[in-house]
Design a protein around this ligand. Structure first.
Ligand code: ADP
Ligand code: ADP
Ligand code: ZN
Length: 214
């Protein structure tokens, strides 16, 4: 099954994707995580992406499309995947359709996590991410067992440089302007399911599973 988890920054896409990986055994493909790994490794892509990411702006489409094309051709993607944070522009969605068509696949569902902007800001500012596996924690809503340490891999938790209140406002503007239209693009294909992204992580996971089966 090829899925897209869609929604604004901080909607809970990564959190829900990780649960789905455990349940379905298909990989989570987070373009944000891949970009951050490239930055840590100091690759050419990481260096080009850095300025955009630090400002809360979208990284140019051509860089993202090349990166995702390479990732989707890896062997673990052949039985399905969960896209998290991609596509973020209509051009990216069109490019994805081209990639899928050339390989005989399609997107089965686009699940939209709906979370209002005021809740988003609280989630982003309190988020702490694992340096090693990318898992998301929250100072209030999802605390690790030991402070500053990832429950699943033991990695150190840190606050992303773009997880500040002013940067999240920029990211929300980018979402409204460039990313929200992607939902309408998939709406025409009849694969979009909207779910309430407020509530406990377990409640939301139940809604997600129901939306996928629908
Ligand atoms: P969040 O999940 O909090 O929205 P991400 O980790 O998905 O954040 O993305 C962090 C940053 O990486 C974005 O603000 C943007 O600069 C860049 N990025 C990630 N995915 C994409 C994409 N598909 N297109 C363009 N930029 C992207
Ligand atoms: P995204 O990948 O969409 O940017 P994350 O999964 O990283 O979002 O979640 C953003 C922040 O909100 C994290 O700190 C996470 O622990 C927290 N969070 C996720 N789901 C919920 C929820 N249902 N209720 C409260 N906080 C949540
Ligand atoms: Zn970890």
């Amino acid at each position: 099954m090829n899925l897209i988890l869609f929604g604004p920054p901080g909607a809970g896409k990564g959190t829900q994707a990780q649960r789905l990986v455990a349940e379905r055994g298909i990989p989570q493909i987070s373009t944000g995580d891949i970009l951050r790994a490239n930055r840590r490794e100091g690759t050419a892509l990481g260096k080009k992406a850095q300025v955009f990411m630090d400002e809360g702006l979208l990284v140019p489409d051509e860089l993202i499309i090349e990166m995702i094309d390479a990732r989707l051709s890896e062997s673990d993607c052949q039985t399905g995947y969960i896209l998290d944070g991609f596509p973020r522009t209509v051009s990216q969605a069109e490019a994805l359709d081209g990639i899928l068509q050339s390989r005989g696949g399609s997107i089965d569902k686009v699940v939209v996590l709906q979370v209002p902007a005021d809740a988003i800001v609280g989630r982003i500012v309190g988020r702490r991410a694992c340096q090693d596996c990318g898992a998301a924690y929250h100072l209030e809503f999802n605390t690790p067992k030991a402070s500053g340490v990832c429950d699943s891999c033991g990695g150190s938790l840190y606050q992303r440089a773009d997880d500040t209140e002013d940067k999240v406002r920029v990211r929300l503007t980018e979402y409204d302007r460039s990313t929200a239209p992607v939902a309408a693009y998939y709406g025409e294909q009849g694969v979009v399911r909207e779910i309430d992204g407020l509530g406990s992580m377990t409640e939301i996971f139940g809604r997600l599973l129901a939306a996928i089966e629908d």
